[in-house]
Design a protein. Structure first.
Length: 661
């Protein structure tokens, strides 16, 4: 097992029978009328220019290179969003973030009305499976819709930031699960999506790649992923599935690697994080091999391309353009330009969002300080031509505005809904390094009076480093960096929130409450700030204030089972037993498998003399957490009170000796 670590932060409807017309495609190897299997491999955080098939000389990626040599490689493929969840939403829906509402990595859930690739293929008889390598694609965000099997299985129940191994699954484990699913489903047509997260920061490749790429570990992570792609290909060949499977290999976004001052991704929208690899390897001999397409493509094009290749109708909600004509050497439809965005600065720091358009040789980034690059002559985007080429910039601005209008739905057609995340999930997402500290429900609006992210990159990197220090338990270093950030922007809500969390973890509860209260003054609907203020108040013994904060938390976020449980504990401390019982019952109604909630219910009911319901609740607690000796002893007391001595003794035996007084 590889070690775990911290994690930073158009429609061309196919006419019936078109694929079998003479001269367009040779007949496939599978039986006439049989649709091919589909394998989608998405590699997180992989730059196209760090793969061998894209000309990179410092890495060996033989398996990905072989796919490209046998298929069609797009030299200029782009993501509309350099963040994992919205990028994969675009892949699986063919729709841009303006339609789905999925601009960020938390806070929204894909609306059930939005068609997905998996749902469409399942409707047409495909077995559908997915294995994801990161909690940022957890099923509660909605991308599981249409999958018969969606392997996320991340444990959100723990708040300790040292338990990060539960939040990322290395590529070998992803492929293990994928191969197991394939073995069960390979005799029917299938759609399998595997998400490989390994190149995501921090870069800690397993042996032997850690030694082979000691000086450039990011490449070592990619080389490790390539080896897992090789495992998949070998299985398909051994089971005679390779020639009957459409394989799509694609990246969700790139990585800054220090370019433009950005270490990772999500903050800027330069090509360092927008350009991704995209390879189609088609079944049998349907298309020429080793083809390179220079015309640009977009992740939104993936769904229309796959559906048209399978001769299935493309849903009207899809906004991408099928690449099938380009795959077979035709000109394809003219491009209107490619849209990209990042709302991370806006949603999490109240700085301006960034939106851009790629059109022909130009890349316009619309920002408070706009940028225009000739990416053909200046692929590293080092020379801003906005002032020199105002006419071109103005034309691109008009095109960008048109794309935004074109891709934005009406208010009645918005297809994202609030997720209602519990605090454990939010905490784990933050621990992945994205600084997911927004809780105010900011509207996604443009405001050119906000700071330009270019003027805040140093602060953002400072905050990111502070978050990393906190996750490693280096709270003093983290506090020092956060205070330095406050010298740049003294009223930064996320910085005060992270500072409060550090104080809370250092058990400086009074300072924590003071900082959380500042956050709530600026953002009264910040549910997590209210939640932690309640916990800190309880630690200070101020249970009345804890009750106020925790009740407020539940008003803001009815899904917070932990807030309900802690509210019950606070009520007990002030002698309000009935209110405590109601709060504990609320915790298990929110989270039906919450063992501490059932244990608390059982203890309160037993105290009230309601023995039978107490036994029922305690049995539930023990069934959910068999290792909980305290719950077993309480259950034994309840059983004894009901005259069930033999069963009580069995529970005491299972509980083991009591702890010393």
């Amino acid at each position: 097992m590889r070690p775990a670590g911290r994690f930073s932060y158009r429609y061309l409807l196919l006419l019936p029978g078109l694929l079998t017309l003479p001269g367009l495609f040779p007949q496939p190897a599978q039986a006439a009328g049989e649709q091919p299997n589909v394998l989608l491999i998405s590699i997180d955080t992989v730059r196209a220019d760090h793969l061998g098939c894209y000309g990179y000389q410092q890495i060996r990626t033989p398996n990905i290179d072989a796919l490209a040599a046998e298929g069609v490689r797009f030299a200029k493929a782009y993501t509309p969003a350099p963040i994992t969840l919205p990028a994969h939403t675009v892949m699986l829906t063919g729709a841009y973030p303006m339609r789905t509402g999925m601009h960020d990595f938390s806070g929204n859930r894909l609306h059930p009305s939005q068609p997905t690739l998996a749902a469409i293929l399942r409707k047409h008889g495909y077995a559908t499976g997915a294995v994801v390598g990161s909690a940022v694609l957890d099923s509660r965000f909605g991308l599981n819709r249409g999958f018969d099997f969606y392997y996320d299985n991340f444990d959100f129940s723990r708040l300790d930031e040292r338990n990060l191994d539960a939040m990322e699954r290395p590529g070998n484990q992803v492929v293990d699960q994928g191969l197991a699913w394939l073995e069960r489903n390979r005799k029917q047509k299938f759609f399998l999506w595997l998400h490989l997260y390994d190149p995501h920061h921090p870069y800690d490749p397993p042996a032997p790649y850690n030694a082979q790429y000691k000086t450039h570990p990011y490449d070592g992570e990619i080389a490790f992923v390539d080896s897992q792609v090789g495992r998949l290909i070998r299985y398909l060949k051994e089971k005679s599935l390779y020639e009957r499977t459409l394989i799509v290999l694609v990246g969700d976004h790139g990585e800054g690697l220090g370019e433009h001052g950005e270490t990772t991704h999500g903050f800027f929208i330069y090509d360092s994080t927008l350009r991704v690899p995209m390879v189609f390897r088609l079944p049998a001999s349907r298309l020429p091999r080793g083809k390179v397409v220079d015309k640009p493509a977009n992740l939104a094009d993936l769904l229309p391309t796959v559906l048209q290749f399978l001769a299935l109708p493309i849903p009207k909600e899809a906004q991408g353009q099928s690449l099938l004509p380009l795959l077979r050497g035709q000109a394809g439809a003219p491009s209107e330009g490619f849209y990209a965005e990042t709302y991370l600065p806006r949603i999490h720091f109240n700085w301006s969002e960034l939106r851009s358009i790629h059109f022909q040789q130009y890349h316009l980034i619309d920002a408070p300080k706009p940028e225009l690059y000739d990416v053909w002559a200046d692929p590293r985007e080092s020379r801003n031509l906005f002032n020199q080429k105002r006419a071109a910039a103005n034309e691109l601005r008009k095109r960008l505005a048109q794309l935004i209008r074109q891709y934005s739905p009406s208010a009645q057609d918005q297809t994202a809904e609030k997720t209602g995340l519990d605090p454990a999930l939010m905490e784990r997402l933050k621990s992945l390094g994205y600084v997911a500290v927004s809780g105010a429900g900011d509207a996604v609006l443009s405001d050119r009076n906000l700071p330009d992210p270019k003027d805040r990159i140093q602060m953002y990197e400072l905050v990111s480093e502070a978050l990393a220090d906190s996750q490693k338990g280096n709270y003093e270093e983290s506090v020092s960096k956060l205070r330095a950030a406050l010298k740049i922007e003294k009223d930064s809500l996320p910085v005060h929130y992270l500072l409060a969390l550090n104080y809370h973890r250092q058990k400086e509860y009074a300072a924590a409450v003071e900082e959380f209260q500042k956050v709530l003054q600026w953002s009264p609907t910040y549910s997590l700030a209210a939640y932690y203020a309640g916990l800190a108040s309880g630690k200070l013994g101020d249970f009345e204030q804890a009750i106020i904060f925790l009740r407020r938390t539940l008003e803001l976020d009815a899904s917070n089972f932990s807030a309900a449980f802690n509210l019950g504990a606070a009520y007990l401390r002030v002698g309000k037993v009935d209110e405590a019982l109601a709060a504990f019952q609320r915790s298990v109604s929110i989270f039906p498998n919450y063992a501490p909630g059932y244990e608390a219910i059982g203890e309160v009911l037993l105290f009230q003399g309601q023995v039978d319901p107490a036994i029922e609740a305690l049995r539930k607690a023990v069934s959910l957490a068999p290792e909980n000796a305290k719950a077993r002893r309480t259950l034994a007391r309840a059983l004894q009170a009901n005259g069930l001595e033999q069963e009580a003794q069995e529970e005491l035996k299972k509980a083991g000796p009591p702890p010393p007084p």
